[in-house]
Design a protein around this ligand. Structure first.
Ligand SMILES: C[S@@+](CC[C@H](N)C(=O)[O-])C[C@H]1O[C@@H](n2cnc3c(N)ncnc32)[C@H](O)[C@@H]1O
Length: 241
């Protein structure tokens, strides 16, 4: 996989060997390093992926789980579908006012973040979005933009996009964080890295806060800090043991 993804990059730059590519990256300004990271990430995502998580989020918001000004973090947001799905649930329950709750959406990959920030999707990609949400939160494209939809600015303003490497030493996320979605991201990490990141999520989340992981991820070996709510949704307990 690494060979074929980087091979595409080498062909594009007309470079003959991985050694030459490495030299080019190490002597450059850092621009190629970003392209190198972007070439290696796997970005599959879609709107309302694992719908049950959004039902849990909705109940959490309806029961007043998110204090005013608190953050919901979509960590590893890819092209933005997860963050906009969260924002639609937030807006449905709490209205379109940023002071009632905001989403931080982050990824390591700068090209998917650019796509996410544009908020433009093909009609095919929004087929999982319920018609009422589509009508309320998207604008249909016309003329040259036929076949595309764009997220309405009122929804877009609930989200701040930023580049965050989960392996990095500091995460610039506004606190308090009440909900973290980190789905289908850590599946690519080794066990010690996963553990380190889960420890940092636990420290970042208030007790009673929620953590959502992808369906193939679990934290069974992580101890009592997160209580399972079923289907890879977890609640941060107040016990650090
Ligand atoms: C398969 S996508 C999942 C998108 C979304 N969370 C979902 O479940 O639909 C995984 C995302 O994690 C991002 N990612 C991979 N390694 C990362 C890291 N070290 N820090 C932040 N994001 C990372 C990738 O760039 C990619 O966009």
């Amino acid at each position: 996989m690494v060979y074929s993804r980087l091979g595409r990059r080498l062909r594009k730059l007309n470079i003959a060997s991985f050694k030459e590519y490495l030299d080019c990256m190490e002597s450059g300004t850092g621009e190629e390093f970003a392209a190198f990271i972007n070439a290696l990430t796997t970005n599959l995502t879609y709107f309302y992926r694992e719908t049950h998580h959004f039902s849990v989020l909705r109940s959490f918001l309806e029961s007043g789980g998110l204090p005013r000004g608190a953050t919901i973090w979509s960590a590893g947001c890819s092209t933005g579908e997860e963050a906009y799905s969260i924002a639609m649930v937030l807006a449905t329950v709490r209205g379109l006012r940023p002071q009632n709750g905001q989403v931080v959406a982050s990824d390591i990959d700068t090209s998917v973040l650019e796509h996410a920030e544009r908020g433009v999707y093909t009609e095919e990609r929004v087929k999982n979005v319920p018609p009422a949400d589509l009508k309320r939160f998207f604008l249909g494209g016309m003329g040259d933009n036929a076949g595309f939809v764009k997220v309405r600015p009122e929804l877009r303003q609930l989200i701040t996009f930023r580049q965050i490497n989960l392996h990095g030493t500091s995460w610039a996320v506004r606190v308090p964080v009440k909900v973290i979605f980190c789905r289908n991201v850590m599946i690519y990490f080794d066990a010690p890295s996963r553990r380190r990141i889960l420890e940092r999520f636990a420290a970042q989340l208030d007790p009673g806060g929620l953590l959502f992981l992808g369906h193939a991820e679990n934290i069974a070996d992580f101890g009592g800090v997160f209580r399972s709510l079923g289907q890879t949704a977890y609640m941060r307990t107040d016990c650090d043991a």
